[in-house]
Design a protein around this ligand. Sequence first.
Ligand SMILES: Cc1cc2nc3c(=O)[nH]c(=O)nc-3n(C[C@H](O)[C@H](O)[C@H](O)COP(=O)(O)O)c2cc1C
Ligand code: SF4
Length: 467
Amino acid sequence: MGKTAYDGTPRHLLCKRIPTPPFGDWNDRHYVDYDEYVATGGYVALRKSLAQSPDEVTEEVKKAVVRGRGGAGFPAGVKWTFLPPVPEGKTPGEPGAERYLAVNADESEPGTFKDRLLMEFDPHQMLEGIAICCHACKLHKAYIFIRGEYHLAAERLERALAEAYEKGIFGDKCMQNSDANTGGGARFRVDCHVHRGAGAYICGEETALLEAIEGKRGYPRIKPPFPAVEGLFGRPTVINNVETLCHLTLIMDEGAEAFMAQGVESSIGGPPSYGTKLMGMSGHVNRPGCYEFELGIPLRQFVEEHCGGMRGGKAYKAAIPGGVSMGMLGTDQYDAELDFDIGRKYGVLGLGTACPTVFDEDTDMVAVARNISRFFKHESCGQCTPCREGSGWLYQLLCRMTEGDARNKDLDLALELAESMGSMPGTTICGLADGNNFAMKTIIQKFRPEFEAKLQKTFVTATVGVS
Ligand SMILES: Cc1cc2nc3c(=O)[nH]c(=O)nc-3n(C[C@H](O)[C@H](O)[C@H](O)COP(=O)(O)O)c2cc1C
Ligand code: SF4
């Protein structure tokens, strides 16, 4: 049983090797190379993992309940158990026994900038997490799918990867030739490649990501079959986020308990929110930037104690908890705790990437809604009619509202349109449309009077115009 509320105690940080937490100085782009990484305890977790069987490592990760940091919060250890076994008598990588890891480094959710820092400053931490995952799940090849615009991160990853190959972390028989080799554990060749994206948000959706790695257009796939069974090139595949993989280093170095001692239990009888979380703050605060806290920190505390409060002494009005897809926290939800309970407790889709965008009292929420709907309209891949057509119509309705050309019935029409799209109502293939739905309906529901005031203004203008 962990803590019931955030208490801000000292913690193990993923960003411990990054010299200027909360990473405020963007010019100080320190790169932790292999030697520095090893000198500060790096690759010990991998050595410990290799001394255990894959099943033991998976059990430890399951015990830690490390929930995916890419947005959905699904426990990594449980996801790994969905993989079918390696066919009898075969070694991973042999024909008929290919098994892959797809690392989701697409990070295109608006307002989200945490994986980028992990890759730019301390790429070996993620590479170690990748090697641990490959050992636990018996995967012979990892593809890191990195957002196309992340030039520096991609360069540094390539550099770190070259070092890791040179030191025998990857390549022929994982860690067989490295200093960290203990002689134990199953050994087979593990390879790792960096695959650069071309700038489409949808490629962060896990099955679109697989299509993109295969060299196809980034169209999400209909599930089932799930990637654990039929993923990359039709073979069993694990998909994990950069930050999720980085957390494996603490779990395997110090044990699941060390991870579980951070973060909070659920206050509503749900699964726990253990561990720390990188949280990129943007919007109307004095000190935006990427911070790391234990899960459970209240938004108000984050803003007031760590970000220097609201910019210009203005009042807080609203916040997106972690990527626009999650929807909007209202004015009375400033005390919302940033943990995995947030969806059920505060009427948003979830914690998402836990990278909040905060808005002050002067913000025009109708304009915010229009901006977000423009994003979804632009990023819809177009496969499903409710998403393709609905996102276009929503954007048009919101343009009408902001431009003073809306009818009174347009507000409910927008709500109806939003609620009709998504994998949750069962009308679309992927969750992009659920993101659009939640963003639109939570902004309209929580700030309805603001929308109505615009409609009334429109009506008055129109009436005056007619008379
Ligand atoms: C439209 C859309 C975009 C997504 N973008 C990302 C992304 O950029 N990075 C990411 O890690 N997960 C993203 N996800 C979530 C992934 O589909 C998947 O849940 C995640 O990569 C699994 O890793 P995790 O369990 O370690 O979080 C996105 C999902 C959707 C529906
Ligand atoms: S929901 Fe939208 S983005 Fe997802 S597959 Fe359908 S059309 Fe494409």
